[in-house]
Design a protein around this ligand. Structure first.
Ligand code: ADP
Ligand code: ZN
Length: 290
């Protein structure tokens, strides 16, 4: 039996499952302070007797195994979690091998092994929710260097009619600053879910997301791009993104997936909302094998 945690800014999803990616039990715990949330998480896994755990966490986090602060949450705006030794706490409590990465890396891994990118050699998963983040898998390995990538904070070309200043506390009008759920809400004065029938909202959203995807394509050339997160529930955005990505690429590349078949290239998750939690099971399995 394997354990998985998808640690988000609003909730922790904890699950027990198999190495085939089957979820057998799960609970959702609200993200309060570590002292309130973590004991409940530990209690859940103690009663289930797991042999390994995989954690996909909100970040930024320290993912470098050789670092003295490996497994810690770093300078998050959620102050109670700043410098929290997440991995060490779980290791001390559970005494099992634990894999640790970002929430989007875990989701990318889940989609790579069991979801929309099954049988491919690479994929990129992007979430558009409270924040924007992306993870990529190439030949089965998560893309990480000096740290994990922060693909939500890239700089995009501002739309000439968009005077919104952006919501990113670090960069103001980076991709996350202009196109995350909170950016949509602040720019238009309503939550995204209440703006379904306002076409210009989703055209502008697609304008920014398409730019980001084109940059990911140019730099990484993944075999599939998967878009998840709350804002992607707005399904009318997919055709707009397909169209704008094709326009930006402008026929530079010849593969059909980047042209007429782009609907098969930029897709919804194959695992629905479970990509992250199933990816955690994959991480756990890998940690056990190591
Ligand atoms: P989180 O990023 O916190 O894990 P979500 O992925 O659910 O959670 O993203 C939450 C964000 O998505 C909020 O800003 C919310 O307004 C937005 N959102 C949720 N549902 C929709 C929807 N149907 N259409 C547009 N935006 C949505
Ligand atoms: Zn930013």
């Amino acid at each position: 039996m394997l354990g998985s945690i998808e640690a988000g800014g609003t909730k922790f999803v904890c699950a027990i499952g198999t190495e085939e990616g089957e979820i057998l039990d799960r609970i959702t715990i609200p993200t309060r302070t570590p002292n309130e949330t973590i004991p409940e998480v530990i209690q859940f896994f103690r009663k289930e007797k797991i042999s390994a755990l995989g954690i996909g966490s909100f970040g930024p986090i320290d993912v470098k195994k050789e670092s003295p602060t490996y497994g810690n949450i770093l300078n998050t705006p959620k102050l109670a979690w700043q410098n929290y030794p997440f991995l060490e706490t779980m290791q001390n409590a559970l005494q099992v091998p634990i894999g640790f990465t970002t929430d989007v890396n875990a989701a990318a891994l889940g989609e790579y092994v069991f979801g929309a990118a099954k049988n491919l050699q690479s994929c990129l998963y992007i979430t558009i929710g409270t924040g924007i983040g992306a993870g990529a898998v190439f030949q089965g390995e998560l893309l990480e260097g000096l740290s994990h990538p922060e693909m939500g904070h890239i700089i995009v070309r501002k739309h000439p009619d968009d005077s919104f200043e952006g919501v990113c506390p670090y960069h103001h009008d980076c991709l996350e600053g202009l196109a995350s759920g909170p950016a949509i809400e602040k720019r238009w004065g309503k939550k995204g879910a209440e703006l379904s029938d306002v076409k210009k909202v989703w055209e502008l959203e697609a304008y920014y997301i398409a730019q980001a995807l084109v940059q990911y394509i140019m730099i990484l050339m993944p075999e599939k791009i998967i878009i998840g997160g709350g804002v992607s529930n707005q399904t009318s955005i997919f055709p707009l993104i397909h169209q704008q990505v094709k326009e930006l690429l402008n026929g530079y590349f010849t593969p059909p997936l980047l042209n007429d078949n782009i609907v098969d290239y930029i897709v919804k998750p194959g695992l629905n909302g479970d990509a992250g939690i199933i990816g955690g099971l994959v991480l756990a399995k890998r940690e056990l094998e190591n």
